[in-house]
Design a protein around this ligand. Structure first.
Ligand SMILES: *[C@@H]1O[C@H](CO)[C@@H](O)[C@H](O)[C@H]1NC(C)=O
Ligand SMILES: *[C@@H]1O[C@H](CO)[C@@H](O)[C@H](O)[C@H]1NC(C)=O
Ligand SMILES: *[C@@H]1O[C@H](CO)[C@@H](O)[C@H](O)[C@H]1NC(C)=O
Length: 204
């Protein structure tokens, strides 16, 4: 009987095997090289988390109508700390939301800015609600909090930022900063504001 598969059609010939082994070794070497490069860059830059906090907050001109429309002004001090020794940050677009009970009651922006290495920058945020319609339940909760003399607010930042390391600048990425609960007192008598730390999330 003749062999149905002539030896030349055998895919795992000795030359094929050598070639595959060579490709495997080259691939493995590349993976190790890329891994080492990333590790060295990481160790050189030593990236640290950005730190945000609300250092002060107050509420003025509060007026909630019978139809549950809210007027108020809000003052916050937002502190942004960049602890990195080698990374600076371009804030190209920053939007701010003030939230009550997960409802946005005020919107604002921060002008674009550049934050150098190891820098702390504080922003005074002056925001307002002009005739903001609230859901009945949320307005009711707000009235309860008003009677207690303090309200729990939230501040959210959505920013488009770029990182700069040396002369290299990263692509844009999205950062979400969430500060809650911020306890704000109605009465002007300074009852001592509790500094609120914020959570930071990145979307690349
Ligand atoms: C709230 O607004 C209404 C209508 O604008 C006004 O009549 C009322 O005096 C205001 N209340 C306070 C406490 O400012
Ligand atoms: C809120 O302010 C607007 C003017 O900005 C006014 O027309 C409205 O009556 C005020 N509402 C309340 C509840 O004070
Ligand atoms: C942080 O950077 C800003 C902008 O360059 C600068 O105006 C400010 O003085 C710096 N703050 C500190 C504490 O170095």
């Amino acid at each position: 009987m003749a062999n149905a598969n002539p030896p030349t059609r055998n895919p795992v010939g000795p030359t094929h095997f050598k070639l595959m082994r060579l490709i495997a070794i080259v691939l493995l070497a590349l993976i190790v090289l890329v891994g080492l490069t990333v590790l060295v860059i990481w160790l050189t830059i030593k990236p640290k988390k950005l730190v945000y906090s609300i250092d002060d907050g107050s509420l003025h001109n509060y007026n909630l109508s019978n139809a549950n429309h809210l007027n108020a002004t809000y003052n916050f001090i937002l502190r942004a700390y960049n602890p990195n020794k080698k990374v600076s940050i371009y804030y190209d677009k920053v939007g701010i939301d003030v939230l009550y009970d997960r409802e946005t009651i005020s919107r604002g922006t921060i002008d674009p800015f550049y934050q150098p290495k190891r820098n702390t920058t504080s922003f005074k945020l002056n925001l307002a609600s002009h005739d903001v319609a609230l859901l009945d339940l949320i307005a009711w909760n707000l009235k309860v909090e008003r009677s207690l003399g303090r309200v729990e607010l939230g501040v959210k930042l959505k920013a488009r930022i770029r990182f700069k390391v040396g002369v290299w600048k990263s692509r844009h990425c999205h950062m979400k900063v969430s500060c809650a609960p911020i306890i704000v007192h109605f009465s002007s008598s300074s009852k001592g504001f509790q500094r609120t730390m914020c959570d930071v999330d990145f979307l690349f």
